[in-house]
Ligand binder design. Structure first.
Ligand code: FAD
Length: 486
């Protein structure tokens, strides 16, 4: 292995937080032959992408529907390591409600990327000719500017770009807002243009596999169960229900972590905590010693509301449905549960206004949107409702956010504490707050902990190297039209 080794033999690498980032770091280190102690305050794995047992009826429910895409290469690598790739169901088609007509359909056709959506886009009835022209104008501009052009928009709002490309009110309401609110958890006016453009350049335009939507067939928490055997099989351990209270800093390095169950010595510590949680366990001395830790309190967060609806009869005819222009952005059909109820999950991103509402009011508002998007459901009411409010669901992807996102890679340490590595969706991966960003940060932090580059062959005796982070290649025609790499 090349590079300087930060972790040393004798003590494990301690990973704090068993969300996607912490799990990615812990399992990749374990496979590289490095014993890990993974500490998690809750009694389950998965962090914000997890499931819980509903005390009302004992059913295991996801805290919220989590969507991945074909371009989520690191997350898919993590699922492959965990052996759960088959649990992901792939959906190339996206349905857009357009009442009183049947839903519009968007699916990749036979034309090569970036023209793969042209056929179905032209057939969509929710947009008129002028709206479609405006959308095409913006897509072409994003192609032409390539990834360097996207970076030049960093720090400005995506709404400014949409204004510059003369979008119609209908295109804004029915196309741009639903996509950006769902992907970035903020409106077009609130979202940093470079992240919104990434959604379209890397998610829609670069090739026809990237936009394909993946949904877990298993409750989210079950996806991570195999992590336990991988970590323990490499001589490490997973301790759940253990809360880290402080990072022990001796003036030059972090010697371990103070937990509610005592001190855990560490050769290196990977914090896979959200920034506000990390701030709580850093002393003033540590913050002063490490520039990466000085802006932790400045990141703002945005809520997401997930609403589980249970019906005594089928309601949805499509696996999912976008509700353009409505406060509820997406509906997902979750099939029939063990109690024979038809389960529909509704998602409201950028849900600030919903946070003070009680469950009956939430149910009433969501059902107005369900009835709007699925006219055949009018007169049908849910027999049970479970609303899950995640007040700090994701960091707010606002203009200027890059200044607050330290990299998870070793080169970001620059004069800071060498054996303290950072991971988490909020680290600078170029992704908005997503499971993919979290997985990437976890792999990068694992490499930093043992001083190797991603993908470098594992040492003798180790099962595997830490995965290299690779992007889906851009299709030749998309490259020719301008979608070049940075
Ligand atoms: C409602 C909702 C919907 C979402 N939808 C999507 C989606 O569709 N697609 C997508 O890609 N992303 C989605 N996201 C975002 C995604 O869930 C996150 O980006 C990702 O899970 C973050 O992972 P992480 O490991 O960085 O952080 P976290 O998941 O927050 O993990 C941090 C872990 O640290 C633990 N912890 C905290 N303090 C301590 C402590 N002191 N000691 C020990 N452990 C501690 C926490 O319990 C947690 O398990 C959604 C998020 C939410 C909330």
């Amino acid at each position: 292995m090349g590079g300087s080794v930060i972790a040393h033999a004798g003590h494990p690498v301690v990973v704090v937080g068993a969300g996607v980032a912490g799990i990615a770091a812990a399992v990749s280190l374990s496979r590289a032959g490095v014993p890990v102690t993974l500490l998690e305050t809750r009694r389950k794995l998965g962090g914000r992408a997890t499931s819980f047992q509903d005390p009302r009826d004992g059913m295991e429910l996801d805290n919220c529907q989590h969507v991945l895409m074909g371009c989520c290469t690191a997350l898919l690598e993590l699922y492959a390591i965990l052996g759960v790739s088959d649990a992901i169901e792939w959906h190339p088609t996206v349905w857009w409600a357009n009442p009183p007509h049947d839903p519009d359909v968007m699916r990749p056709g036979w034309l090569p990327a970036p023209a793969h959506y042209t056929g179905s886009f032209l057939r969509m009835r929710m947009l008129g000719v002028a709206d479609k022209r405006a959308v095409a104008r913006a897509m072409l501009a994003m192609l032409r500017m390539g990834r360097p052009g996207r970076q030049s928009w960093a720090g400005r709002a995506f709404g400014d770009f949409l204004a510059q490309t003369r979008q119609t009110p209908v295109a804004l309401e029915r196309f741009w807002e639903p996509v950006i609110i769902s992907a970035c958890n903020g409106t077009c006016a609130e979202t940093d243009a470079s992240y919104a453009m990434k959604v379209f350049q890397d998610g829609f335009l670069q090739d026809s596999w990237s936009p394909v939507m993946g949904l877990s067939r298993l409750p989210l928490a079950r996806l991570y169960d195999p992590a336990l055997a991988i970590i323990e099989g490499a001589g490490g351990c997973v301790r759940m229900g253990v809360s880290v209270q402080a990072l022990a800093y001796d003036g030059s390095r972090v010697s371990g972590v103070v937990t509610d169950e005592g001190f855990v010595e560490a050769s290196a510590v990977i914090s896979a905590l959200p920034p506000d949680r990390l701030e709580r366990i850093c002393s003033d001395t540590l913050r002063a010693a490490d520039a990466r830790l000085r802006s932790l309190g400045e990141m703002r967060h945005t809520p997401i509301l997930g609403v589980h609806l249970f019906f005594d009869q089928p309601v949805m005819r499509t696996p999912h449905l976008v509700l353009p222009g409505r406060p509820t952005q997406w509906l997902f059909s979750k099939g029939t549960d063990e109690l024979g109820r038809h389960h529909v999950h509704a998602v409201i991103s950028a849900a600030q206004e919903w946070m003070p509402l009680d469950e009956p009011e939430i149910a009433a508002r969501v059902m107005r949107d369900v009835h709007w998007g699925i006219p055949s459901s009018v007169g049908i009411d849910p027999v049970a409702v479970r609303a899950v409010k995640e007040k700090r669901a994701t960091f707010a992807c606002v203009p200027g956010i890059d200044a607050l996102r330290p990299s998870a890679a070793a080169d970001s340490i620059r004069g800071g504490v060498r054996n303290l590595l950072l991971a988490g969706d909020w680290c600078a991966t170029g992704w908005p707050a997503t499971m993919e960003g979290a997985a990437r940060s976890g792999f990068l932090a694992a490499c930093a902990a043992i001083g190797c580059a991603p993908g470098v062959p594992a040492p003798e005796g180790a099962a595997a190297s830490i995965p290299a982070i690779t992007d889906v290649p851009t299709a030749p025609l998309a490259r020719m039209l301008g979608l070049r790499d940075a």
